[in-house]
Design a protein around this ligand. Structure first.
Ligand SMILES: [Zn+2]
Length: 303
């Protein structure tokens, strides 16, 4: 008997329209959930208004509907969930996990060594903000413990956050909540059992596991996916001008996403109605067939 029902999610940031790389992540998370008779939630991670063009969230939701995704329960917008993030910050504050930090980007750059994720915050404000007259960010203390986890595609992972990153920001000086905070609070409140997402977020996972621990929460399982590259070898993204998903080509694009994920795609699949493509995909889904290698699409498949 399976005691914990599977709960997965897709959680796009509405910084622009979905592109083929987003589709791959959405398809894999959806199939992981549906092939286990699990639930699949949609969460819009709209916590940074300056990076979110007007209408982007609506466009993302419409595109997912056009492609036949059906989410369970309530559609969640992080912009409406500040109370939950503030409650988590208050709890961390009570346990002295957080502290205010007045350092500017330049001050940190001038006083830090470089780690795998950028400058390692040297802990300058651990005993109190160096300049209490400046607006302060809130940082989370990290420890010297090695954080280990198993990724279903990338295998054993480990990180010592004090060596790799230093104390990291949970709330910016302008008041905006950091991605790390919002994602951990919501994954926990929604009861997510497995996080499936692109491997560009693999580096964030140790931070999120640490934050789960600080909040006394259990961690979900993790599956990271290979990234889709363009012809120049860059990750498809808004920054690299990835084209928006074309709903008129949804069958072809869905089949291309399945092929990218190593799933069986018979020749006639793309000519079937959308619902039948999904039935086929759910029935045949195998996470073991997903290769960890980032790559571009085969020649002849045009996203
Ligand atoms: Zn500081």
């Amino acid at each position: 008997m399976n005691a914990t029902p599977y709960k997965g999610r897709f959680a796009p940031s509405p910084t622009g329209p979905l592109h083929f790389g987003s589709l791959v992540a959405a398809v894999a998370s959806y199939l992981q959930a549906r092939s286990r008779d699990g639930q699949w939630f949609l969460r819009i991670e709209d916590i940074d208004p300056l990076r979110e063009p007007a209408g982007a969230s609506e466009q993302i939701i419409r595109t997912l509907q056009d492609f036949g995704f059906e989410w369970d329960g309530e559609l969640i917008f992080q912009s409406q969930r500040s109370e939950h993030y503030l409650a988590a910050l208050a709890s961390l504050q009570d346990q002295h996990w957080t502290y205010p930090c007045s350092c500017s980007r330049k001050q940190i750059a001038d006083h830090s060594t470089s780690g795998p994720y950028g400058p390692i915050y040297p802990g300058s404000c651990r005993l109190g903000p160096l300049d209490a007259t400046r607006p302060c960010a809130l940082r989370l203390r990290v420890t010297d413990d090695e954080i280990q986890f198993h990724d279903a595609v990338y295998g054993a992972q480990q990180s010592v956050l004090s060596k790799d990153l230093g104390d990291f920001v949970l709330q910016r000086a302008d008041g905006l909540f950091a991605y790390q905070l919002a994602v951990v609070v919501d994954d926990s409140l929604q009861g997510i059992t497995e996080v499936v997402r692109g491997s560009d977020l693999l580096d964030n996972t140790a931070r999120q596991i640490h934050l789960h621990h600080c909040l006394g929460l259990s961690t979900p399982d993790y599956v990271h996916l290979p990234l889709v590259l363009n012809e120049a070898g860059q990750k498809l993204s808004k920054q690299t001008f990835a084209p928006a998903l074309d709903s008129d080509a949804r069958q072809r694009l869905l089949v291309a996403a399945l092929a990218f994920l190593g799933q069986p795609v018979p020749d006639e699949l793309a000519s079937l109605p959308l619902a039948q493509i999904w039935d086929h995909a759910i029935h045949h889904w195998s996470l073991a067939a997903v290769s960890p290698h980032n790559r571009s699409l085969s020649p002849g498949i045009d996203p």
